[in-house]
Structure formats: structure tokens, C-alpha cells
Write a protein that binds this ligand. Structure first.
Ligand code: URA
Length: 430
């Protein structure tokens, strides 16, 4: 196959033969297809799209570029994937909670991307927590405690690792077929029995509006079902951070609070819904309502919190009931009115400025910095009322400068206006 001819087919809006897609992927992994050819093809896909059949062939080709995790036990194996946002830490709660229902949760997670946080960065706030487990270590840990949250191993979808790095720097991330193949090749490699997808919509999400989020959710679900995997999805709002806390140690502390029975928060509600979908899919519950009752009673037993502690310790970490945070600085409202909008992108930038996210690849991050949101969209507030706590380092003049930039971003992010805004539902079923 000639890469230039395959690129031209997509450039002109044609539909690929399965062999064309397969040869692009195998050629890219082996080095026969150059980065510039792959980037040109990815751009043609962004502009021209792919049919469901092409997307499914691409997903399979990326999956087959590596191997699948071996099964560790007879227990059903489940996972969830979130398309990412701010204050979005259900994974830390979901994995130990579902493990308490005799389910295995082999969660292969990622690091922060752009303004969105990454589960691995958050868990590394526990001193010593390892995120580079081998396939054998994953299997052993699943057998022992039923849950693991680690990075992808080198043999999981290597084509995706190479292609994602290229897409990141060539303006080719925003494509439903490419996102679908990227996410699902990694999830299918986990050898799951059931998967739930949390597809975010809103200003701090990949998909800004609900109709794009719906198209992405439908594509992801079709790809999972096509491979025989029980797959469901929920759309959840990301017009403001999901949790009250934003930042690495901050989000771990809030996840621990949920496992300590503070389940009625937006973070608790979304997590319970995602877990409920998986309990129904694995016949642990007959419907979503009874699943939620079972989950609440399990949280009350304290067992999921103990399981989180075990998971952290199995992975070499030191478990702490509350992770230390940096110095608190309070931002107060400049005027009276309703909270109309909370611009997540500006809050995400504030976290990066404080050192809680990365400006360049591989940069070390400060786990102790972050934000505590004291208000949510729709609340009425008075001038002078505290609206956000900033947790910022205070070791040097550079830290003072970072705090001042972050404070400015936070002030810009929170829009206060007269008249109540229209409410957006937190969870929209597919
Ligand atoms: N997350 C992924 O893993 N891949 C994408 O393409 C986008 C988000």
C-alpha cells in the first residue's frame, strides 16, 4: 500500500478499505509510515470524518498493535472512562468501591492533559505511590484486592501512544473517530466485561456542547458493543468543576470525604451513577435505583475506604487520611448577585500557574496546590463573601508572583451578575 494514495483517498472524502487503515497503523508502528504522512492522514480524518465501520477497523488495528491484559480471576472485570475535566475524581472512589462488590477494576489511567487533571498525578500525591506497574503486578494486585489504578503498560495499544503524541502537536486531537479509536483501543485492551463512559459537556470539557458530547458518547458505545463489551454512557455537565476541590491532593482529600459517607455532593452523585451502571451491567443489581442503595450501604460499612487504603499501600504509597495542602488565600466576591458562570479553563490555567499542572512535558508538579470552590453556579452571594480558597506555595518571591497571577485568573473565572441563571442538569442519560 502506498501511504500517499491512502492519504489522498481520505483527503478527497473517500471511504477506506479495512486493509488501508490496517496498513497505515502497522506501518506507523514499524516506522514505514513517517510521522509527516501519519499527521497528514490524521488531518484528513479530522476534516473528512470516518464511517462507523472505518472507526471500528481503526480501533481494532490500534488494539491489535499491542496485547490485552490477562484475566486475573473469575470475577467480572469492569472499568469507567471519563473524557476529562476539572475537579473530576470519581476514579479514586469508584475503583475501591466496586472492588467491594467482588468485581475486578484494572484501571489504566493517564496524566493531566491541557487544563484537565490526571488520575495518576492525583494519586502520586500519596508519597511513594507507584503508577508504573508491570502487567504481572497488575494481575497479582487484582487477585489480591480487586482494584488497581496505574499507567498503561508499554504493550497496551502502542499505536495509540505514538499517534496520540503526534496528534497532540499537529492540531488533530478534535475528531470523534480518532478520539473513539484512541480511548477504546486502550479500554478494550483491559479485557473488560463491562465499561461505563462519562462523557463531559460544557466550557471546561473537550466537547463544549451537549450535541457533540452525545455524538462522541454514541460513537464510543458503538465501538465497545461492536467488540462484544457491555458498554453504557452518561453525559455529565462540566460547566464548572465537578468537585468542590480542584488540584491533585485537594481532589484526593475530597474523594476520601465521599468514601467517609459525604455522598450527596455533585462528585458523589456522578460517582454513584457511574458505579450503578456497572452494578446493573454485571447483574449485581436489577436497576439503577437498587444499585445506588447497595452502594450507599457499602460506603457506610467503611469497607471501600479500607480498600482505597490497601490499594495505595499495595502500590508503594503511604496512605494519609488527609493529604497536606499549601497555604490558604481567600478570594472574596467583588459584588452582590448570582454566580452566572465559572470558567473552568481559567481555573485550570490558575492551577497550572500555581505549579499543580504542567506547562511542558515531564515537568514536576506541586501536589499541595489547588483550589476550593466555596460557591456553585446559580448561588446568590453578597459582596465581600469568600468564594474561592487558593492553596499556594509560599517559599519564594516566585511563589508570590504565581499566586498573584492565579488570583487574577480565579477572579476572572467567576462571573457574578444580577438575575438567576438557567440551571443545567448534572447528569443526562444517553
Ligand atoms: N483521551 C484519549 O485517550 N484519547 C483521545 O484522543 C482523547 C482523549
Amino acid at each position: 500500500m502506498v501511504p500517499a494514495a491512502i492519504i489522498a483517498t481520505k483527503r478527497d472524502g473517500g471511504e477506506h478499505l479495512p486493509t488501508e487503515i490496517e496498513s497505515m497503523i502497522t506501518g506507523f508502528v514499524s516506522g514505514e509510515v513517517a510521522d509527516y504522512q501519519m499527521a497528514a492522514w490524521a488531518m484528513a480524518v479530522v476534516c473528512r470524518g470516518m464511517t462507523a465501520k472505518e472507526t471500528s477497523v481503526l480501533t481494532a488495528a490500534m488494539l491489535n498493535s499491542g496485547s490485552r491484559l490477562p484475566r486475573a480471576s473469575d470475577r467480572p472485570r469492569v472499568d469507567k472512562h471519563s473524557t476529562g475535566g476539572l475537579g473530576d475524581s470519581p476514579s479514586v472512589i469508584l475503583a475501591p468501591l466496586l472492588a467491594c462488590f467482588e468485581l475486578d477494576v484494572p484501571m489504566l489511567s493517564g496524566r493531566g492533559l491541557g487544563i484537565t487533571g490526571g488520575t495518576l498525578d492525583k494519586l502520586e500525591a500519596f508519597p511513594g505511590y507507584r503508577t508504573n506497574l508491570t502487567s504481572q503486578e497488575i494481575t497479582d494486585q487484582l487477585r489480591a484486592i480487586g482494584c488497581v489504578i496505574t499507567g498503561t503498560t508499554p504493550d497496551i495499544a502502542p499505536a495509540d501512544r505514538k499517534l496520540y503524541a503526534l496528534r497532540d502537536v499537529t492540531g488533530t486531537v478534535e475528531s470523534i473517530p480518532l478520539i473513539t479509536a484512541s480511548i477504546m483501543s486502550k479500554k478494550l485492551a483491559e479485557s473488560l466485561d463491562a465499561l461505563v463512559l462519562d462523557v463531559k459537556f460544557g466550557s471546561a470539557a473537550f466537547m463544549q456542547n451537549i450535541s457533540d458530547a452525545l455524538r462522541l458518547a454514541e460513537s464510543l458505545v458503538a465501538s465497545g458493543r461492536n467488540d462484544g463489551l457491555s458498554t453504557s454512557a452518561v453525559l455529565t455537565a462540566m460547566h464548572q468543576p465537578l468537585g468542590r476541590m480542584v488540584g491533585n491532593a485537594c481532589e484526593i482529600n475530597e474523594a476520601i470525604e465521599v468514601l467517609e459517607c459525604h455522598t450527596s455532593s455533585p462528585l458523589g452523585s456522578v460517582t454513584l451513577r457511574l458505579c450503578s451502571e456497572l452494578l446493573v451491567a454485571t447483574q449485581r443489581a436489577s436497576d439503577l435505583a437498587s444499585a445506588e442503595m447497595k452502594l450507599l450501604s457499602e460506603v457506610e460499612s467503611g469497607r471501600p475506604l479500607t480498600r482505597l487504603k490497601k490499594m495505595v499501600e499495595y502500590q508503594g504509597g503511604v496512605y494519609l487520611d488527609r493529604l497536606p495542602l499549601a497555604m490558604t488565600h481567600t478570594v472574596c466576591a467583588g459584588n452582590t448577585g448570582y454566580i452566572h458562570a465559572i470558567h473552568g479553563r481559567l481555573l485550570g490555567q490558575a492551577i497550572i500557574e500555581l505549579g499543580g499542572g504542567r506547562k511542558s512535558m515531564g515537568q514536576a508538579i506541586d501536589h499541595a496546590v489547588g483550589l476550593e470552590m466555596l460557591v456553585r453556579v446559580g448561588e446568590h452571594i453578597s459582596a465581600g463573601q469568600p468564594i474561592v480558597n487558593i492553596f499556594a506555595a509560599d517559599r519564594s518571591a516566585g511563589d508570590v508572583e504565581k499566586l498573584s497571577v492565579a488570583r487574577h485568573l480565579v477572579e476572572q473565572a467567576i462571573v457574578i451578575a444580577p438575575g438567576a441563571p438557567t440551571a443545567t442538569p448534572l447528569i443526562v442519560p444517553l
